[in-house]
Design a binder for this molecule. Structure first.
Ligand code: GRF
Length: 203
């Protein structure tokens, strides 16, 4: 299955997908890494790995509609079946998310539906939760919402700061995202209504 990865920054989740895809048993091939920011560090990493990269700079477009049309046409040129958001920091409109319905996957650094939006680690610490984590889900028009493919939990430890907690969650993200992308690409995580039906015994 051909996949594209959309980034805006560091791209460590993209790197995790890239590493996973080196295994010939991994059911996805990364055909494109695209960024809305020309300075995204992940672009150089992808290039060094020999993956095609594209920049669709949102500042070059008048409004979200024009930006998303450009993004959509770029994706179409590479023909991915599934598109993975990996630290992609632009809100997508329903036009785009419906066009890619059930084909667009996101990773979010919290156990959804808790802590949608930004600054999840600060907010988890403020809320005093003892378990935190990350979620991979199919994208719906509402932000950080949609059928859940998988989640990974990490403990919140005494003395944690947003940074130490973020690092622990990020490590879990790097394992979870490739696993979930593999499930989606192999057809073992299919959307049925507003839930994902998993065809695996254990996960
Ligand atoms: C990750 O924590 C991801 O869950 C969030 O943004 C961060 C991106 O990190 N949406 P990276 O660019 O993949 O390193």
């Amino acid at each position: 299955t051909k996949i594209a990865v959309l980034i805006s920054g560091r791209g460590s989740n993209m790197q995790a997908l890239l590493d996973a895809a080196k295994d010939e048993d991994f059911p996805a091939e990364i055909v494109l890494v695209a960024s809305n920011r020309p300075d995204a560090a992940g672009l150089a990493v992808a290039e060094a790995a020999g993956i095609a990269t594209e920049v669709i700079d949102h500042r070059d477009y008048e409004g979200r509609a024009a930006f998303e049309e450009a993004l959509d046409s770029t994706l179409k040129m590479y023909g991915p079946r599934i598109v993975c958001l990996a630290g992609f920091m632009r809100i997508l409109t329903p036009w785009f998310t419906e066009r890619w319905r059930d084909l667009l996957i996101n990773i979010h650094p919290s156990l959804l539906p808790a802590f949608k939006g930004l600054h999840t680690h600060e907010r988890a610490l403020e809320a005093g939760v003892r378990i935190h984590g990350c979620t991979v889900h199919y994208v719906r028009p509402e932000m950080d919402d949609g059928p859940i493919i998988g989640q990974a939990a990490v403990p919140v430890l005494p003395g944690d700061t947003p940074d130490t907690l973020a690092a622990r969650v990020l490590e879990a993200e790097h394992k979870l995202y490739p696993q979930c992308v593999a499930l989606a690409c192999s057809g073992k995580a299919r959307v049925a209504g507003e839930r994902v039906r998993l065809q695996v015994r254990e996960f």
